[in-house]
Structure formats: structure tokens, C-alpha cells
Design a protein around this ligand. Structure first.
Ligand code: LRH
Ligand code: MN
Length: 430
């Protein structure tokens, strides 16, 4: 294992400064939970087993169509992105995998990249294809779509790219391919809404046929953007029908930002699970569109309710319960490492709170139409401050009790600002 990016002495010194307060908080919470018949150490073990992948593209500053404002010392290639993701894992101990995106993370030697990541304590999660941008020298433009394009050569080009991503993923040790396509229209009549889906399914079935036995294809739906009148895979309905059409290795990925405001996303989770098609998540938050804000920063209660459905799903498995948990955010105004540390904490908090729900009381209240006590079963769990449990699990796993304090005291970013070349001004997501 390479020497990790943050000094272990610094982490140890700060942890010893916080240890007594943490023990006190943990003991107090332990007494509170045991009065409710809950063993705090059992919850801590559940938390210790939880993890969420970070997006390679989340290590750099993100932007909008208007502008992107880089920060000094931000990563300029996958090697520097892995180093930054290793900082998040070293301090949080809940983000041991990186989800890469191609061709943004393209290198010549993926075996070496896998070893490099492993030396930083990291593995790879789902690989993401990209047929929503044209690359230099590309034969066929994706301006009129990719997997759903009218032009069969363009569709085949998109299929070939996805198959190349699978081949790369096999070398990286991944077992999932995430397929999001922005294909759609901006004008009524621009494309036939039925035949567009048929072309998508025909092309996607060729990608499906190339999946190794132990792989899954995760279909990511999105209501709009970059298309603003229709999108081929616009909602969970289109996604689940496409996944059922493709076969058992095709599942649905829920990006929390890809729905109309106020859509009941936790019910979509329950529905996808019911039909054995819940494949994974892109966690983020939003107030208006696909804002890609930090998870739980706008609506932490919704994130809790999603995890509440995931606990129920795990208790009632359908076709196996193995959703991939990944963060997908655009860090436009914060230090990306701080946002990933904060988001990993919030996601893990919602997972932990969902473990605290008294399922027996909830199900009894539901069975007897005792609406208030059913709601209270969820709300009482949501109101518990689980921070001591997360910090204890982190400490025992070698992480930092106060992740942001340790990160800032390490002066990691200012050190990288000395080492790394400056990122140019620009616009867009990366
Ligand atoms: C599309 C999306 C998709 C990624 C991209 C970076 O909005 O959520 O998951 O490929 O963001
Ligand atoms: Mn996404």
C-alpha cells in the first residue's frame, strides 16, 4: 500500500483530541437506544459494512453551461482524481470504490491503473459510458442521438463504445456498466417517439449481448437535459420496460436529480425493487432540475425515506438485493473533496437512521391504520443524531473522527496547488 495522502500522525493526533467527547456521546446515545431496545454496537456494525462509490468526475470542479470556476490544485487527470478520492476514503472509510467515466478517464494501461488505485486503498465500481459528447476525430456525431440515432452507423458507434467500456471495466474489476443517454428531441415531431425507443432497444440489446455473465447493465433514466421536449429513457417506466425487454442482467439506476420536482422517488425505489429491477443509485440533491447538488443538502428527509425503502427491500428480497450506491454530483462552488466527505457522511447518516426504525411498530401501525404511530415510527428514527455511531465506526476503521477538520489541517489542497498544473477556464460538467 502506497503511503496515503494525509499524514496518519495528523489523523491520530486529532482523533485523540476528540476521543473522550466521542466516547461520552456514544455512551449517551447507547443508553438512549437501549431504552428503545436497540443495540448501538449492532447499528455500528451495519454502518461499518456500508459504503458508497465516489465519481471520478466529482473530484474536479463542475460547472454549468454558463461557466466553470476551477480551484487551484484540482485534479487534471485520472491519477490525480484517484489521489483525491483516496483522501475521501482515508478520512471517511466509507468510499472504497471509484466510478470511472470514459473517455474522460482513458489511459493506456488499465491493469496498471487498477494496481495504482489498489495501492491507494481503492477499487472501481460501475463504469460509465459517454455518448452524450463528441470526441476529436469521431466518425459519427451524437448531435442527433446515439443509441436511438436515426443513422445506424451512429448507433453502432455508440454500441462499440459501450462494449469498449465493458472491456475496460473487466480489466478494472468492475461488474456494472451504467448507460445514460441524453438522446431526445427539442421540438414536437422532431423524432417519432415510438420508433426512437425501438432503435434504442435494438442497439442496447447488442450491448447487453456483450455483457460477461457476472455483469449488469444499469439503465439511467432522466426526465430532460440535454433534450428539452422528449427524452428516450425519460422516467422509471421507460427504464423498467426497457430493462425487462433486454433481460435479467439489465437493471434500473435511480439518479435522484432526474425527476420532476416533488416526484415520490422512494416509491419509485419500492416499485423497481418489487419487480427485481433495482440496480443502483446516483446520490445527489436538487431543488429545481438536475442540479447535482450535495446529497441531502436540500432534502435530507427524502434521502432518509429512500433508505427506509431500501431497508424494507433488503428484508423482502426480490431477484436478489444488490443495489450499487454511487455519488453523482457537480461541485461548482465547494472544494470537491469537502463535498464528497460531507455527502458520504450525510448518505451514511440516512442509512444509519433507517436502521433505527422500529419495523415491528411500523408494520403494526400500518396494519391497524394507525397513521400517526406509523409516521412516528419513521420520524423518531429520523430525529436521532447518529453522528457518534458514524464517527466511532470511522475511528475503528482508521479514519478521522472529524473528517473536515483533519482535511483542512492537512493543507492537502494548497499542497496540490503547488504540485499540479492549473486547470483552464471553461464551462460544462468537467
Ligand atoms: C447525467 C448523469 C449521468 C452521468 C453524468 C455525469 O445527468 O447523471 O449519470 O454520466 O451525469
Ligand atoms: Mn447520474
Amino acid at each position: 500500500m502506497t503511503e496515503l495522502p494525509i499524514s496518519a500522525d495528523l489523523i491520530a493526533e486529532r482523533n485523540s483530541a476528540h476521543a473522550e467527547a466521542l466516547e461520552d456521546d456514544y455512551a449517551a446515545l447507547g443508553r438512549k437506544l437501549s431504552r428503545a431496545g436497540i443495540d448501538i454496537d449492532a447499528i455500528k456494525e451495519r454502518v461499518a459494512g456500508f459504503s458508497v462509490a465516489v465519481p471520478s468526475w466529482g473530484a474536479g470542479r463542475g460547472g454549468t453551461r454558463f461557466a466553470k470556476f476551477p480551484i487551484a490544485g484540482e485534479p487534471t487527470n485520472i491519477h490525480e482524481k484517484l489521489e483525491d478520492c483516496a483522501v475521501v476514503q482515508q478520512l471517511s472509510r466509507v468510499t472504497p470504490r471509484v466510478s470511472p467515466h470514459f473517455p474522460w478517464d482513458k489511459v493506456s494501461d488499465y491493469k496498471a491503473l487498477r494496481e495504482e488505485a489498489a495501492s491507494l486503498g481503492l477499487g472501481f465500481d460501475a463504469v460509465n459510458s459517454n455518448t452524450f459528447q463528441d470526441q476529436q476525430g469521431q466518425a459519427h456525431t451524437y448531435a442527433n442521438g446515439s443509441l436511438a440515432a436515426q443513422d445506424s452507423a451512429t448507433r453502432q458507434q455508440a454500441v462499440d463504445h459501450n462494449i469498449e467500456c465493458i472491456e475496460i471495466g473487466v480489466q478494472l474489476g468492475s461488474t456494472d456498466l451504467t448507460v445514460w443517454v441524453g438522446d431526445g428531441t427539442n421540438f414536437p415531431g422532431q423524432q417519432d417517439l415510438g420508433r426512437s425507443l425501438d432503435r434504442y432497444l435494438e442497439a442496447a440489446s447488442k450491448i447487453y449481448a456483450a455483457l460477461p455473465d457476472d455483469w449488469r447493465m444499469l439503465l439511467e433514466h432522466k426526465m430532460f437535459e440535454p433534450a428539452f421536449y422528449s427524452t428516450v429513457i425519460s422516467d422509471w417506466g421507460s427504464s423498467i420496460l426497457a430493462a425487462q425487454e433486454l433481460g435479467p442482467k439489465a437493471k434500473c439506476l435511480v439518479d435522484l436529480g432526474h425527476h420532476a420536482p416533488n416526484v415520490n422517488i422512494e416509491q419509485i425505489v419500492a416499485r423497481l425493487h418489487r419487480f427485481g429491477k433495482l440496480g443502483g443509485f446516483h446520490f445527489n440533491d436538487s431543488k429545481y432540475g438536475d442540479d447535482d447538488l450535495d446529497s441531502g443538502s436540500i432534502n435530507p428527509h427524502q434521502l432518509f425515506l429512500v433508505f427506509n425503502e431500501l431497508v424494507e427491500a433488503e428484508l423482502n428480497p426480490r431477484d436478489g438485493f444488490n443495489p450499487s450506491y454511487m455519488i453523482d454530483q457537480s461541485h461548482n462552488v465547494t472544494d470537491p473533496i469537502e463535498s464528497m466527505l460531507s455527502s458520504a457522511e450525510t448518505i451514511t447518516q440516512c442509512f444509519a437512521k433507517a436502521q433505527l426504525v422500529n419495523r415491528e411498530a411500523l408494520h403494526e401501525a400500518q396494519a391497524s391504520n394507525d397513521t400517526m404511530m406509523a409516521f412516528q415510527a419513521l420520524r423518531r428514527a429520523y430525529n436521532v443524531d447518529v453522528a457518534p455511531i458514524l464517527a466511532k465506526a470511522r475511528l475503528e476503521a482508521g479514519g478521522a473522527i472529524d473528517v473536515l477538520e483533519a482535511y483542512r489541517l492537512s493543507q492537502y489542497r494548497s499542497r496540490k496547488a503547488q504540485e499540479r498544473k492549473a486547470v483552464g477556464l471553461g464551462a460544462g460538467i468537467v
